[in-house]
Design a protein around this ligand. Structure first.
Ligand SMILES: [Zn+2]
Length: 228
C-alpha cells in the first residue's frame, strides 16, 4: 500500500468550526457549564499556573458516543474513547440551509442529491443552519435532523453528520429518535459546530474526540481544510 500523500498544510486554509469554550458557553438546559478552578498560581509558586475544570462534555463542539443514549455507564462499553476515529477525519461537504429553524428531512436533501452525481455526495455532511452563532445563548428553537433523513443518508454511505445546533434532536424531544436512528445506522455525529465561515462545498474535516474512557461524549476541535 502506498503511503498517504503528505498534506502540505501551507497549501490549505484551516477553517475553525468549533465553538469557544469558556464560562459563558451555553449548555443544554440542566447541563453543567464550563467552570475553572485555579489550583496554583505563578504568583504564589514562582513556577507554574495550574487549573482544573468542570463541564458537561456536551458543552461546545462535541461528539456523542453510543452510551449517551443507552446502556450502563459503569460497563465501559460505547464510551467516547471507542468512537471510530476514521469517521471524524476525511472528505466532508458543507450543505448551506441557513437560516433554517425546523427539522431537516430527506426532502431537504433530495433536490441536492438529484443535482449531484451520486459519487459526489461526501461521506461526511455538515449542515449549516445559521448565519450567526451566539455561543453564549441557548436557543430553544433550532434545526435538527429527522430519523428519515438519517435513513436516507445511510443509503448514500454517509458516515457522519454534523450540525451547528445543540442537538440532532429537537430540544423538546423525549425519545431522542434521531440519536437512536444514527446509532442504528452506524453513523457518527457532531453537535454545536460553528459553520458561519464555511461556505457550501467540499473540504477535509478533522474533528477527533478525546480518548475519554469513562464519558458518554467528548469535546472536539473541529476544523475544515480547504485548498488555497
Ligand atoms: Zn451531545
Amino acid at each position: 500500500m502506498p503511503e498517504l500523500p503528505w498534506l502540505d498544510l501551507d497549501n490549505y486554509d484551516i477553517i475553525d468550526i468549533s465553538l469557544p469554550v469558556d464560562s459563558k458557553t451555553a449548555a443544554f438546559p440542566g447541563d453543567i457549564q464550563f467552570s475553572r478552578n485555579v489550583t496554583l498560581t505563578y504568583a504564589d509558586s514562582n513556577v507554574i499556573n495550574l487549573s482544573s475544570f468542570t463541564m458537561s462534555p456536551h458543552v461546545g463542539t462535541h461528539a456523542d458516543s453510543p452510551i449517551h443514549i443507552y446502556g450502563d455507564m459503569d460497563k465501559g462499553e460505547g464510551m467516547a474513547s471507542q468512537l471510530p476515529l476514521g469517521a471524524y477525519m476525511g472528505q466532508a461537504q458543507v450543505i448551506d440551509l441557513a437560516d433554517c429553524f425546523e427539522p431537516i428531512t430527506s426532502k431537504h436533501i433530495s433536490s441536492l442529491v438529484s443535482s449531484l452525481d451520486r459519487s459526489k455526495l461526501a461521506p461526511r455532511l455538515l449542515f449549516r443552519t445559521r448565519h450567526q452563532i451566539r455561543y453564549d445563548v441557548f436557543e430553544n428553537n433550532y434545526a435538527s435532523f429527522t430519523p428519515d433523513l438519517i435513513e436516507e443518508l445511510q443509503k448514500h454511505q454517509v458516515k457522519l453528520v454534523g450540525i451547528d445546533t445543540p442537538s440532532v434532536d429537537p430540544s423538546d424531544s423525549k425519545g431522542l429518535e434521531t440519536h437512536h436512528a444514527l446509532h442504528k445506522c452506524k453513523m457518527s455525529w457532531l453537535e454545536n459546530l460553528d459553520l458561519t465561515h464555511a461556505k457550501a462545498g467540499f473540504y477535509t474535516l478533522i474533528a477527533l474526540p478525546l480518548k475519554f474512557c469513562e464519558l458518554e461524549a467528548s469535546p472536539v476541535r473541529a476544523v475544515l481544510l480547504k485548498n488555497k
